[in-house]
Design a binder for this molecule. Structure first.
Ligand SMILES: NC(=O)c1ccc[n+]([C@@H]2O[C@H](COP(=O)([O-])OP(=O)(O)OC[C@H]3O[C@@H](n4cnc5c(N)ncnc54)[C@H](OP(=O)(O)O)[C@@H]3O)[C@@H](O)[C@H]2O)c1
Length: 261
């Protein structure tokens, strides 16, 4: 039987690339996002038949419930859930505003928890069920200018650690994927009230590289996969030698940040 996957945030970037890759590998894919036009365009490009577009704002728990009722009716279960939808927020703490801050945590953290809750009955009926939660390298190391975003991604890493033990009794594998810089529309979409400089995307990988890692995790689940080893080391170093980690980070970030006293 074809594997059945749900990809959130499938209207662009990493989610769209993941939907395309899974469909090319023979999966039946449900795509979820808010923008119906972009979502249906991605759906039409997918290889194979039987894919589903779910137009849903994940910040609305009732919309999540009705999307999952629809998904259950069409798929009858779920083998892979990719919690990918997310938004950024490039701002110093002193610049944070309530609405975008609320939206950040609603989208990146609360929606992921509500989606997991709604998906559990379907995953229990799945074959070798797998969840991939898309965090970020900054989920394991906070950074200046993106303090709130990094905190939301740290929450995603924490959710993975607890959830994979909660769901072990249902044999549902829970994986955390930590991409580094990826060339998508993410940076244009994020609020950036003071115009802090965006990273140099010439260093970025394409979203297809991240999609390939999602597929690899579905085939061979691992607790966590960090896509740039320097960030993996920085995360470890931040626990065992935080002053050294701060120095290394400041030296490599550019942007005029200072090493703390
Ligand atoms: N790009 C990077 O460098 C990078 C690095 C590390 C981690 N990540 C993470 O990777 C994930 C995908 O990001 P991306 O780079 O592919 O960015 P993107 O192109 O901006 O994609 C974000 C997706 O999330 C969806 N989304 C946002 N809010 C939503 C909501 N309330 N309800 C439903 N869908 C929503 C968007 O669709 P609609 O607007 O149509 O709803 C879009 O499909 C995010 O979790 C991001 O934090 C990205």
């Amino acid at each position: 039987m074809r594997r059945r996957a749900l990809v959130t945030g499938a209207s662009s970037g990493i989610g769209a690339a993941t939907a395309r890759r899974l469909a090319a590998e023979g999966y039946r894919v449900a795509l979820l996002a808010r923008d119906a036009v972009r979502l249906r365009k991605v759906q039409q490009e997918l290889a194979g038949q039987g894919h589903l577009a779910l137009v849903c704002d994940l910040c609305d728990p009732e919309a999540i419930a009705s999307a999952f009722a629809h998904l259950d009716g069409e798929f009858g279960g779920l083998d892979l859930l990719v919690n990918n939808a997310g938004v950024g927020y490039r701002a110093k703490v002193e610049e944070l505003e309530e609405e975008p801050l609320q939206r950040l945590f609603d989208t990146n953290v609360l929606a992921l928890l509500f989606t997991c809750r709604a998906a559990l009955p379907l995953l229990r009926r799945g074959k070798r069920p797998v969840v991939v939660n898309v965090s970020s390298v900054v989920g394991r190391r906070g950074i200046p200018g993106q303090v709130a975003y990094a905190a939301s991604k740290a929450a995603v890493c924490s959710i993975g650690e607890g959830l994979r033990i909660e769901w072990a009794e249902d044999a549902i594998a829970v994986c955390t994927l930590d991409p580094a810089l990826t060339a998508t529309g993410f940076f244009d979409a994020q609020p950036n009230p003071a115009g802090l400089p965006d990273p140099d995307l010439s260093q970025a990988v394409g979203p297809e590289a991240v999609a390939a890692e999602v597929l690899a995790l579905d085939r061979q689940p691992r607790p966590e996969r960090t896509l740039r080893w320097k960030w993996h080391l920085l995360g470890v170093l931040s626990l065992v030698a935080p002053r050294l980690a701060d120095r290394l980070l400041v030296r490599n970030l550019g942007g005029g940040w200072r090493v703390p006293r």
